[in-house]
Design a protein around this ligand. Structure first.
Ligand code: ZN
Length: 622
């Protein structure tokens, strides 16, 4: 992807709550809410209810917590376990709150009100909301979760503020952020200089820039941007165990990505924000290089290496896995990039992650997800397609509502990904333009040029490529409706007059109080080539896979009939690509022929969207 340097930001986000899911996406989120997303506080109550921001704040002599995970072969040290529950708790609440608010779930919203009230009650006189007692806070020379515990918590509080407009929440947040700025003064302190040992929690803390960016969005106050730039600069010249995003590494042509994947992908946002704040060409160049590197680490489904360190590898459909957390973090970073650049191709990348890798790491039949998953998934018995790892007991390649034996990080993030995706699906270009940046069934309510407007997109996308947009407003008004045209579209069918502008269809006319726009995209089943010269099949936004039948093995069970599940394949036959075939798309399936390694002969097969599969073959060698 070419990265356009942005002088001014192309689009702007809408406040959380402006966009709601509809259709199949809403139904899926409702099932999530009845499933692990709505019940993680019952599944792992001791983690979610850890009073780490309140009476359980960490002190000098705080003991390492027993989080119920296996620590065998864990080289990163114990210190991180002290802050882990803040991430688990805050990311879960963030996702839970966004789901219930987007779904208007009354019970859940009451619960979120109570949670926010309780969290605000932990705020100290001086504004501090965090996990350390007075003697420890802002005073570290090693691994800590000071900024990270705040980033995860404050992101959710910001969404809550945007949904409720509760000014006291915003005021509390501004005071809490001011408290950080007072104790880590801008350009005169070193929050990221914490020695040379593993400091993954410190590096996660760079996502505090998410908070600063959103406060800038609300206030326009430049101090937040300046502070974000300062954090990135301090991170840049400190010793970091997860330092892929440091300019010295980015601008070194021989450097290959090696950090913990989640860090690498979440740090894209910090780099974007630092560039926005400074306008420095060096940072724009760094961002362009960094994005290219991330693409090389990304499989055809959008799954960037996260199993868990990138370790200088390029993406591989069988041998590199992705963590659910890394899917969420990369998707979130691309959403920010899309807002800044208006680049339609970034929208394609976001949809690729959500509709393929992320849907494909959910269990289609039970409420649980894979912590780690590969595109070609030949077994899900704990390890990466049966590979042994000398230094770890690998159990992440399975489906679980919690993954407590490893870390309860992915399940909370699996609750965040749908709201994050939906929240970026409409943006504004100016007072007279609304932009459908990501395509899905949803409903937007906003004010455009003083007129209250509601827009519903009715569609089964991405399973079908037909759309009906229903517009409701009190009076007729003239505005521009911009719709991103994905790169795979052969032809647009519509009776509307439109012009193309940077891969967006622009419909500009007077819309009636009740109006509608209909369009559909023509495409065909395609054979594509991955970076290892294997072939794979797509139709529209979806990557297709050959499903592999499997026996389901029930593992650990939790409250409410939630359980871990592993999958053992019934057959170990693999297929290779057959040249000179023309795949045919029919009723949601791709029909083609592949060569069986059992018989050496071609067989007729039916491929289905990888998002509907458990075990599967996605790529086929030539
Ligand atoms: Zn995770």
């Amino acid at each position: 992807m070419s990265f356009p340097h942005f002088q001014t930001e192309k689009f702007s986000f809408l406040p959380f709550g402006s966009i709601r899911p509809a259709g199949w996406l809403k139904e899926q989120m409702q099932r999530d809410l009845e499933g692990f997303v709505g019940n993680l506080d019952r599944i792992v109550p001791e983690l979610i209810n850890d009073p780490v921001y309140g009476e359980g704040r960490l002190r000098k002599n705080s003991r390492v917590k027993d989080l119920g995970n296996l620590k065998d072969g864990d080289a990163e040290g114990d210190e991180q376990y002290k802050w882990w529950n803040s991430e688990t708790r805050s990311n879960w609440w963030d996702g839970y709150a966004r789901n219930v608010m987007m779904l208007d779930d009354k019970y859940g919203i009451e619960k979120v009100h109570a949670y926010v009230t309780a969290i605000l009650a932990t705020q100290d006189e001086d504004g501090y909301i965090g996990i350390y007692d007075e003697e420890m806070r802002y005073n570290f020379d090693s691994e800590n979760g000071e900024l990270w515990s705040k980033a995860t918590l404050y992101r959710g509080l910001l969404a809550y503020y945007e949904y409720t407009n509760d000014q006291k929440v915003f005021d509390a947040l501004e005071r809490a952020v001011q408290n950080v700025m007072d104790h880590y003064p801008v350009n005169a302190s070193h929050p990221f200089h914490t020695g040379t040992a593993f400091n993954g929690g410190v590096a996660h803390g760079l996502t505090f820039t998410d908070i600063l960016e959103r406060l800038y969005f609300h206030t326009g106050d430049n101090k937040y941007r300046e502070y974000a730039l300062f954090l990135y600069q301090d991170f840049s010249d400190s010793a970091q165990s997860e330092g892929d995003a440091q300019p010295s590494n980015i601008l070194n042509p021989h450097y290959k990505l090696k950090s913990h994947g989640v860090h690498t992908f979440e740090h894209i946002r910090a780099l974007i924000i630092a560039y926005s704040a400074s306008g420095e060409k060096k940072l724009a160049d760094a961002l362009a290089i960094y994005l290219k590197r991330v693409e090389k680490a990304t499989t055809v489904s959008g799954g960037a290496i996260g199993d868990e360190w990138i370790a200088e590898r390029d993406a591989d459909a069988t041998h590199t896995g992705y963590e659910y957390c890394s899917l969420q973090e990369l998707l979130d970073s691309y959403c920010l990039l899309l807002q800044k650049t208006g680049n339609a191709e970034t929208g394609d990348q976001i949809e690729k992650i959500f509709y393929n890798a992320a849907q494909g790491a959910r269990n289609p039949h039970h409420s649980c997800i894979a912590y780690l998953k590969t595109d070609n998934s030949f077994e899900m018995l704990g390890t990466r397609n049966g590979e042994t790892e000398p230094e770890r007991i690998q159990t992440r390649y399975k489906y679980s509502p919690a993954h407590q034996d490893v870390a309860v990080c992915c399940n909370p993030n699996a609750g965040r990904i749908s709201p994050c995706f939906i929240q970026s699906s409409w943006m504004k270009e100016d007072d007279t333009s609304l932009v459908a940046t990501l395509l899905m069934p949803n409903t937007l309510k906003t004010v455009l040029n003083g007129v209250n407007i509601q827009i519903e997109i009715i569609t089964d996308y991405p399973l079908k490529n037909e759309f009906e947009i229903r517009i409701t407003q009190p009076v007729s008004s003239v505005f521009k409706l911009k719709i991103r045209k994905p790169g795979w579209v052969n032809n647009v069918i519509t009776s509307e007059n439109y012009v193309m502008q940077d891969e967006f269809m622009v419909i500009e006319r007077s819309f009636y109080p009740r109006d509608q726009v209909q369009f559909s995209f023509e495409t065909d089943a395609r054979i594509r080539t991955d970076n290892n010269n294997a072939r794979y099949f797509t139709y529209g936004a979806l990557v297709y896979a050959l499903p592999i039948h499997a026996d389901e093995i029930i593992g650990k069970t939790y409250v409410g009939n939630f359980r871990d599940i592993t999958y053992k394949p019934v057959s170990s036959v693999r297929f290779a690509f057959k040249r000179k075939v023309k795949p045919l798309y029919k009723n949601g399936k791709i029909q083609t022929s592949l060569i069986s390694d059992l018989t050496g002969k071609p067989e007729k097969v039916e491929l289905i969207p990888m998002g509907k599969t458990i075990l599967r073959q996605v790529t086929f060698k030539c």
